[in-house]
Design a protein around this ligand. Structure first.
Ligand code: KIV
Ligand code: ZN
Length: 564
């Protein structure tokens, strides 16, 4: 990089608009959307879409609800020409949709463009030419009056050609290409030239489309430019003021939003921000940002994944997993504190109330996404996420201290494996930790039990230290009786039992927290069975085994310290 960037790059001069009003405005309604996926987006692909792909994407754009769709550059590409003809000849344009086609400012190209859309009920023809100094000087070698002459001549030419086809309702869109890099007075003069040449009036509207062909300043500068144009364009009431942001600085969405606040009526962009270089503005993000502010975007993204897959298929461009709203990972929390908050948020969310689940700016269900991937477990995860998954996927509700205990077990495992843990893997670990009989010689294995009617006495058929034996115990319930039968200094601190699953698959899950004399702290054990009694007995055996293992571990570490 340059050691002194100020020698190489110059900031874009701020706009003199001290009384700007846009910063205190909010967006209260959807703009007129124009999808340029089939034109600007298509032009930016390694391999432009063929007719079939274009048709697939076109139909999806119509389904989403775009009422204006730029369908191509028919004078520049036979594929586009044929595609536009097919839309018209096969009557594939719904009554409430208007197609737009682009042409450069050249007579023969304008003629061919008119040819392409002949017979359409309505058509927008998009004429553009660059107006910024670098393009005037380097690319076209034209001075400002020559640029104005170019605009006047070609708009008049289009007017003459389109007037010859009154069966079509024509709209002119004029874009001063490179607008954001140009002097405002020059852009305004070019637009006013187009407005006059087109003969704008109540029945003869024009779309003035202002692009950040190359995004070159912070989005507030673009907003100032738009507000300035909004104030100066005449007759404003017959002009649809449109913006066409690109995303070179990564602020295309902000530019579009600020521009709407500054007076833009219309936004052009592409799904998921496809387009030249860093893309056109992502209309999905702009629309859903609006939605999360309570404003109906009038575009249907209720199956965002379906839209994403079609866009990927048609453009052969993958959508980043962290792409706003659509990425595979955007409704996934790995961090423990986030998982905990999300879990609490879901539990507290009133289904008819205002959305306020922490860390989720939008209800994934509104986009047709499920909560399945909301919580994922890796070494960064905490008890919240783990218990959420255990509860949702396996119906296991753990008491809080058990959540803490089990999350440490999970953490050890994920730290060692350095991988994410699926819901199934989590269940296997839970099973191995609490439900399975430990694989040690001294483990207590309970083969059978018999509880008396009143539940106060029990007979256990167990193997302890490899010796099979029958034990008997008494207590004020089956748990106390089992503890008594095992003859261990166990103190049961907490017991709970819940059903998991339903109907024929219902199982009782018993959870016990207990402490044992000589063993530091308490721990949990669990038992699961279709029979509540059996689940309780197993839970006692489980906690006894776990406390025993802890005591052995304690003794071993004391022995190690003593030896050292
Ligand atoms: O980015 C741009 O300037 C364009 C215009 C032709 C509107 O795509
Ligand atoms: Zn563009």
């Amino acid at each position: 990089m340059h050691s002194n960037p100020s020698q190489k790059y110059q900031p874009f001069a701020p706009i003199a608009l001290a009384d700007r009003t846009w910063p205190s405005r909010t967006i209260t309604k959807a703009p007129i959307w124009l999808s340029t996926d089939l034109r600007d987006g298509n032009q930016a692909l390694f391999e432009p879409m063929n007719g079939e792909r274009k048709m697939q994407l076109y139909k999806e754009l119509v389904r989403i609800g775009f009422k204006q769709i730029e369908v191509g550059f028919p004078a520049a590409s036979q594929t586009d020409f044929d595609f536009v003809r097919r839309l018209i000849d096969e009557d594939l344009i719904p009554d409430d949709v208007t197609i737009m086609v682009m042409t450069q400012s050249r007579e023969d190209l304008i003629d061919r463009t008119v040819e392409a859309v002949k017979g359409a009920r309505r058509a927008i023809v998009h004429i553009y030419n660059a107006v910024a100094p670098a393009w005037r000087k380097i690319v076209f070698n034209m001075d400002v009056p020559q640029v104005m002459q170019l605009v006047k001549h070609h708009v008049s030419h289009f007017k003459m050609r389109s007037d010859a086809h009154p069966e079509t309702e024509w709209t002119l869109q004029y874009s001063p290409e490179t607008f954001s890099s140009a002097e405002l007075e020059v852009s305004l003069a070019a637009c006013q030239t187009a407005i006059e040449a087109w003969g704008v009036g109540p029945d003869r509207k024009i779309i003035i489309n202002l692009p950040t062909t190359v995004e070159n300043a912070t989005p507030n500068v673009f907003a100032d430019q738009i507000e300035w144009m909004h104030r100066h364009l005449v007759p404003r009431e017959h002009i649809v003021l449109s913006v066409h942001p690109h995303n070179d600085r990564g602020t295309g969405v902000a530019a579009a939003e600020f521009a709407m606040m500054a007076g833009a009526d219309r936004v052009e962009g592409c799904l998921f921000g496809n387009g030249e270089r860093c893309g056109n503005v992502d209309v999905v993000t702009v629309a859903l940002n609006m939605y999360t502010q309570g404003v109906d975007p009038e575009l249907d993204f209720s199956d965002i994944t379906g839209v994403a897959r079609i866009a990927e298929e048609c453009t052969s461009l993958p959508i980043h997993p962290r792409h706003p709203y659509a990425g595979d990972l955007v409704f996934t929390a790995f961090s423990g504190s986030h998982q905990d908050a999300i879990k609490k948020g879901f539990a507290a969310q009133d289904p008819n109330g205002v959305w306020e689940v922490p860390y989720l700016p939008i209800d994934p269900a509104d986009l047709g996404r499920t909560y399945d991937s909301v919580i994922r477990v890796n070494s960064q995860s905490g008890k919240g996420g783990i218990s959420f998954l255990m509860e949702r996927e396996h119906g296991v509700v753990m008491p809080r201290r058990m959540q803490v205990e089990f999350s440490a077990v999970v953490q050890r495992q994920t730290d060692a494996s350095e991988t994410e843990m699926t819901g199934d893997a989590l269940w296997k670990l839970f099973d191995a930790t609490y439900l399975a009989t430990p694989d040690t010689a001294e483990a207590i294995v309970c083969h059978a039990h018999h509880v008396t009617h009143d539940g106060h006495s029990i007979e256990l058929d167990v193997t302890i230290n490899g010796v099979r034996q029958t034990l008997q115990g008494e207590g004020n319930g089956p748990i106390a009786a089992t503890v008594d039968a095992l003859g261990l200094p166990l103190r049961v601190d907490h017991y709970e039992e819940r059903a998991t699953g339903s109907g024929a698959n219902a199982q009782a899950l018993a959870i016990i927290e207990a402490a044992m004399e000589g063993v530091a702290g308490s721990t949990f054990g669990a038992g699961m069975s279709a029979n509540i009694m059996t689940a309780s007995v197993q839970a006692v055996v489980s906690v006894a085994n776990r406390l025993h293992a802890r005591r052995v571990g304690q003794e071993e570490s004391t022995a190690d310290t003593t030896a050292a």
